[in-house]
Design a protein around this ligand. Sequence first.
Ligand SMILES: Cc1ncc(COP(=O)(O)O)c(C=O)c1O
Length: 445
Amino acid sequence: MTLAPQALIERERLRFAREHPRCAALAGDAAKHFPGAVPMHWMADWGTPFPLFIAAAEGAELEDLDGYRYRDFCLGDTGAMFGHSPVAIVAAITEQAGRGLTCMLPAARTASVGAALASRFALPFWQLTQTATDANRAALRWARAITGRRKILVFQGCYHGTVDETMVRLRGGRTVTREGAIGPAFDGATAALAVEFNDFGALEAALAGGDIAAVIAEPVMTNVGMVLPQQGFLEHLRELTCRHGTLLIIDETHTLSSGPAGYAGEQALQADFWVCGKAIAGGVPCAVYGFTTEVEARMRAVLASREPGHSGMGTTLAGNALTLAALEAALLHLHTRETHAPMQAGASRLASQLQSLFGARGLPWHVSRVGARVEFGFTAAPRNGSEAEAAMRPVLEQALHLWLLNRGLIVTPFHNMMLIAPMQTGAAVDALVGEIGAFLDEVKL
Ligand SMILES: Cc1ncc(COP(=O)(O)O)c(C=O)c1O
């Protein structure tokens, strides 16, 4: 007998509660001081009746407080894309840990890290922040200062971190502040214009006015399910931004999964700013933004002409010694073809097996892949953020995620994203596809 997704959720939640007495007890204690029993509220978004507390994470596996082990395809929603505690990162931060964590002064390895960033990601100048949110916020601030323009352009359905001016949606042809945003500092429509991804004409019309400081974009949208760029769209974007004096900020926080130099490296995509966070330092909090020689010269002109005072950018711990050590190790040992090869192979195996599974069942579902990242959705591949939003089925997704979690498989709690760490095994991929098939046997679609 098949069950509706909501009924499956309830059944799986009961099972989770039964099997996790220690997590339940810890949740009770933690809730005394952390709302929802979690130190960061997204950690309560998994659909479980109380949090799954993790005792240890290693390679592509997690172990919870009740002793259950999981094959991890979420990988900290990308932060642990290269596996948990990569050997090179552990060695680098262990070595640095006894020699100072943070001094608000540049560490001795600053020049070598800069050279490694420039050589890996093909941009000459760099700054560090602690999160991709901060890197995007800084790049946007610079773009406004450099161009003297106020507005930015984003693609409908985007996510670039909790940057107020990017927290917008396109609704009924108008840009509005994103639903659910708590305490926005200003009306998003005053700061940003949202257009549909892959809409060549809308993009052209929006930039033609010459009043847009920057376009900030993922080369593949990854936060509304996945939306791939149509043939020529990114080239069109680059050409239009150049033509209208708009700076292009490419946010590769997720599409770093494409290869050792990200999507831009694989596809020779040029930008004025290139941003990446999450996995850039192998899981240690760090983000970077790189920029061209021309942008650096224009930054100097801004600095020379401004009033003295606080820049509005930077945070005290950014670029600290521990982070630099991790970043250097990641540049040397993780952002490499050798590390990526098994990730790409595993993701290809997963994508083709899912395609076969859905095909065999006559489901019109699509599977997308960007390097080590695989996603599926419940319709044909969406062409833009609005189509992707309309295709989402949150209750069905939650039922699937809980089903998998109770069977030792973790995928992100947001849509159906799965990442393959370098040490992930073919057997684990097969097990994931097998359990998705078993779920489809039980769920009433
Ligand atoms: C494309 C993109 N940019 C930026 C961010 C923000 O990253 P963080 O939460 O680490 O600041 C995210 C987070 O999911 C993201 O997906």
